[in-house]
Write a protein that binds this ligand. Structure first.
Ligand code: AMP
Length: 217
């Protein structure tokens, strides 16, 4: 059977979330977004969630230990055994080591496909200012390239869309810095073992999806 254990990498704002949703629907594999899981968990008011929320608002990385717990639990669930699409994990070398350990235990590390969506920093800053997210279902829009059908309302659930705190310009620049320093080395980490696919992330989401599916086949 063709491998469907996909790690999606790319800078914040490359369109990973949008692509991840479409790819996972097409391939019928779960979309695991650590950003979505964290955003959901910080809605609960606990001392830990307040701390995590502040780290996210600063555009920094949440602790590797917390992420390990989240990802181990999720990858052990029934629906992940035949395939999954990881979006937002791993974000640094330490998380890559952890993922390697988890996937090696399942004997699927050798089957991983790394899909990189690449977009320039300037394009990202321009895009994220126009990104609007649904705080309820997580659907993502762009006022210019992928606008909602009704003014500022989610196409899927009708909730008012928001500009995420971490999509504000200063935080975006901080997140890009973190990406270049900590996440880019992950590409190198996987380059020796995984199948590698690189896609230019410019153009309409459907066009990019087409390129992705072509490369995956
Ligand atoms: P994202 O939606 O993937 O851009 O994630 C939003 C924020 O959640 C990031 O800027 C980090 O603060 C946090 N986050 C998401 N995934 C991770 C991860 N794998 N490791 C550490 N922090 C993460």
């Amino acid at each position: 059977m063709r491998s469907r254990f996909i790690v999606l990498l790319g800078p914040p704002g490359a369109g990973k979330g949008t692509q991840a949703k479409m790819i996972s629907e097409k391939l019928k594999i779960p979309h695991i977004s650590t950003g979505d899981i964290l955003r959901e968990s910080v809605k609960k008011e606990t001392p830990l969630s307040r701390e995590v929320k502040q780290v996210m608002e600063r555009g920094e990385l949440v602790s590797d230990l917390l992420l390990e717990k989240i990802i181990r639990e999720r990858l052990n669930e029934e629906d992940c055994q035949e395939g999954f699409l990881l979006d937002g994990y791993p974000r640094n070398i330490s998380q890559s080591e952890t993922l390697k350990e988890i996937l090696s235990e399942k004997n699927i590390f050798k089957d991983v496909i790394v899909l990189e969506i690449s977009v320039s920093d300037d394009e990202i800053v321009k895009r994220l200012k126009n990104r609007r997210s649904c705080p309820e279902c997580g659907m993502v829009f762009n006022l210019i390239t992928n606008p909602p059908k009704n003014d500022n309302k989610c196409d899927s659930c009708g909730t008012d869309l928001i500009l995420r705190d971490d999509d504000k310009e200063n935080t975006v620049r901080q997140r890009l810095l973190v990406y270049h320093q900590k996440t880019e080395p992950v590409l190198d980490f996987f380059s020796k073992s995984a199948k590698f696919l690189k896609i230019e992330g410019t153009g309409a989401p459907e066009e990019i999806l087409e390129k992705v599916l072509e490369k995956l086949n």
